[in-house]
Design a protein around this ligand. Structure first.
Ligand code: ATP
Ligand code: AMO
Length: 447
């Protein structure tokens, strides 16, 4: 145990003398008084130092020296601070630390991220330091709350954590955005999704989920794409696609509730409207078929406030189409039954319509775009083999996967949620790069 009190727990020590270990986030004050904004990873907090108190305690010379040291502390100096916790209405926390002694633990010289505005490239180059900011800390707290809520949800609903491999011998989603690496003289690929392995898990263990990094060599520079991101994947046997949507809806709601519950102060820091998030939890998500969504887009093409390109049945949506659809409904919206032509090979066709598949994307409202992709899987051996061949994939690579249809094939469905897309949506941030500690993007591999 540490002898230091965490800032988050200071409120439990009103009237007591405590010591905290912290970094100086900022400072202000003049004359006889100095304010220190301190942070220790658990929270931000204000400490106050009064010159007369120091002189009284340490004598004229030493007291003055200590007080001047406080006044000149550089940003991000690490310090050991002792003081009395006092209630004070002027502080936004309702209490503050009246400093009685301070020691420097580690100096900080010319910290590059000053309180002025910096450009994104500069902040990204200093991501290892940028993470110390109040806003970045709030986003990481939301990320943590979502991860925690996800484990809780799956556990409560009878899912077992099943870890799929990261080094793989075949493509899960498509062959266009695979990262290839050398595996003792043979090619191997970084996993794009654990799904195919999870299907094997579902046939062995029933309800299974996976949470791990996945990789996509996507050369896109959008605010929604990373090349390395964390996927929450789930797979379960003996379900219909509609039942899967019910579970996905309950899952997303539980993640939002988890954030409202465990990270509400982080939402405040980010000025994210918690009432809006509560509305998404309270109301049923919308469901619309792909073809009905296209009809709507065509009918509203000439509306004054639309700015998407014309779209035909069979076309994939662009971001502006997705944004319009989710704004139109004002709630998280499942778009179901997409064309088979641009979806992955493993999806089961809609009964009676080979051109549409039992798939769904969940579009977040407010223009945050797709956060979940899911589908019911093809269960028939011959049809799956045909799809593999039609997609230009080598059946030999998928022999093990086809075995799942050879030995007791059952209806099953699953979905994958991109953690960083969910964090971006719940936190209300503009760009996915802030939703992960060290983002990997087309032009970003450092730090
Ligand atoms: P995502 O779609 O977000 O990549 P996914 O793997 O399901 O996840 P797609 O269905 O290919 O991928 O694309 C979904 C959305 O991502 C599209 O609607 C589009 O808005 C956006 N998108 C993909 N690539 C680009 C790009 N290069 N530029 C702009 N938007 C893109
Ligand atoms: P899909 O390809 O739709 O489905 O991916 C699932 C979810 O992952 C997120 N995502 C991304 N996040 C950040 N950067 C990216 N480049 C990126 N690409 C995708 C999105 C998306 O909804 N195997 C299926 C899932 C399944 O059916 O079980 C799959 O991978 O949030």
């Amino acid at each position: 145990m540490s002898n230091y009190i965490s800032i988050i727990d200071v409120k439990d020590h009103l009237g007591e003398v405590i010591t905290i270990g912290a970094w100086v986030a900022n400072k202000s004050g003049k004359g006889k008084i100095a304010f220190l904004q301190l942070r220790d990873g658990t929270a931000f907090f204000q400490a106050v130092a009064f010159k007369p108190n120091f002189i009284e305690k340490f004598g004229e010379e030493k007291g003055l020296e200590k007080f001047e040291l406080i006044k000149h502390l550089a940003q991000e100096t690490s310090v050991k601070v002792t003081g009395i916790v006092k209630a004070d209405d002027r502080s936004k926390f309702g209490y503050e630390l009246d400093v009685t002694d301070i020691e420097i633990i580690g100096e900080s010289i010319d910290y590059p991220i000053t309180p002025k505005d910096h450009g994104t490239d500069f902040l990204m180059d200093n991501r290892h330091l940028w993470l110390r900011s109040r806003k970045q800390m709030a986003i990481m707290q939301i990320r943590n709350a979502i991860i925690y809520a996800s484990y809780e949800f799956f556990d409560k609903n009878g899912f077992i954590k099943f870890d799929s491999p990261i080094l793989t011998g075949n493509a899960a989603e498509n062959t266009t955005d695979l990262f290839e690496t050398d595996y003792f003289g043979n090619p191997a690929f970084l996993s794009q999704s654990g799904q195919l392995y999870l299907e094997a898990g579902a046939m062995a263990l029933g309800r299974v989920f996976d949470f791990g990094p996945v990789f996509r060599a996507e050369k896109s520079k959008t605010r929604r794409h990373l090349t390395e991101f964390w996927m929450m994947d789930a797979e379960y046997p003996f379900v219909t696609h509609d039942e899967s949507l019910d579970l996905q809806e309950a899952y997303v709601k539980s993640l939002i509730l988890g954030v409202l519950d465990r990270a509400s102060s982080a939402l405040d820091v980010l000025e994210r409207d918690a009432e809006l998030l509560k509305k998404y939890v309270a109301e049923p998500f919308k469901r619309v078929s792909y073809d009905d969504a296209i009809d709507l887009l065509q009918a509203h093409l000439d509306d004054a406030d639309t700015d998407y390109d014309p779209i035909e049945h069979g076309d994939d949506f662009g971001s502006p189409h997705e944004t319009w659809i989710s704004n139109y409904f004002g709630l998280p919206t499942f778009v179901v039954n997409y064309p088979a032509s641009f979806k992955a090979f493993y999806m089961k066709p809609v009964p009676g319509n080979e051109e549409r598949v039992l798939s769904a994307d969940l579009l977040a409202p407010e223009g945050y775009g797709e956060i979940i992709g899911g589908s019911e899987r093809e269960t028939d051996y011959d049809k799956l083999l045909n799809k593999i061949t039609e997609n230009g994939l080598d059946p030999a690579d998928y022999d093990w996967y086809l075995d799942l249809r050879r030995y007791g094939s059952v209806p099953h469905a699953g979905f994958g949620l991109g953690l960083e897309r969910m964090v971006t949506f719940v936190a209300g941030t503009k760009h996915i790069r802030e939703a992960i500690p060290f983002p990997r993007m087309l032009h970003r591999l450092k730090p």
